[in-house]
Design a protein. Structure first.
Length: 241
């Protein structure tokens, strides 16, 4: 693109690539974080093996191939377009989304199990720090004259509500995460499961009620465990390997 043409596009939208067909792939958070660490360069390869048999391979950090579940983007699905903006603020239409994909994770793969175990360890590691304070820095109470105390206006500000809302995953994906968590530990509390799955509390509790028991007494008070029928099912998968 010439410099003259580029200058003319400032404040306008470049539609040179408007007819391009673009794929929109929804990826899990751990994969997105791995891609961000790479920066510039190749992050993976798409393999089209015929029909809907499409997969995404990735480098050594994740070390596995992901199957893609495709959804055709029709007019009924409210078609989307992709835009880009350069450092000078010039906008460009990069194309239309012709295919939407979701990544299907093999929760039985050794790589994914190792990832879930590391996440479980991370969320259960205490992050509190102990700091030694010098005695000279301690507050020493002193006598004061009440008449010399200055009156000031104190403002109370309300704590800002977090805008980082957790995105709801489909129930089958949340179930995969729940089963993965219980492979590492037989009993887990709600806070750990909420951090592990990164799901909204109410959404997670609804799904937990279907596959878990919440102990209300005994040594595992307030801890979840899988219902027997799901424990047996999960163990049978491991025995077949």
């Amino acid at each position: 693109m010439s410099e003259e043409k580029n200058d003319a596009l400032v404040g306008e939208v470049n539609t040179d690539n408007a007819d391009n067909q673009v794929w929109l792939i929804k990826v899990p958070k751990f994969l997105s974080e791995s891609w961000q660490k790479i920066g510039q360069g190749e992050i993976g390869q798409i393999h089209i093996k015929g029909g809907d048999n499409i997969s995404l391979s990735y480098g050594p950090d994740v070390g596995q191939e992901f199957q893609l579940i495709t959804t055709a983007n029709t007019l009924d699905n409210q078609p989307l377009k992709i835009f880009s903006e350069d450092k000078d603020g010039a906008l460009a239409l990069e194309g239309n989304i012709g295919l939407r994909c979701d990544i299907k994770i093999d929760v039985e793969s050794p790589q994914y199990r190792d990832l879930m175990k590391s996440r479980h360890t991370k969320y259960n590691t205490k992050t509190r720090m102990t700091q030694v304070i010098d005695e000279s820095e301690l507050f020493t109470p002193t006598l004061f004259d009440a008449n010399k105390v200055k009156v000031s206006t104190v403002g109370i500000t309300q704590k800002k509500k977090s805008t980082d809302k957790k995105e709801k995953l489909p129930e089958d994906e949340v179930l995969d995460l729940i089963f993965s968590a219980f492979r590492a530990e037989k009993h887990l509390d709600l806070k750990t499961l909420e951090s592990f799955t990164e799901q909204p509390k109410n959404h997670l509790k609804t799904i937990l009620e279907k596959v878990c028991i919440l102990n209300k007494r005994g040594p595992y008070h307030h801890l979840y465990e899988l219902k027997p029928e799901f424990r047996d099912k999960d163990n049978s998968k491991d025995e077949k390997k």
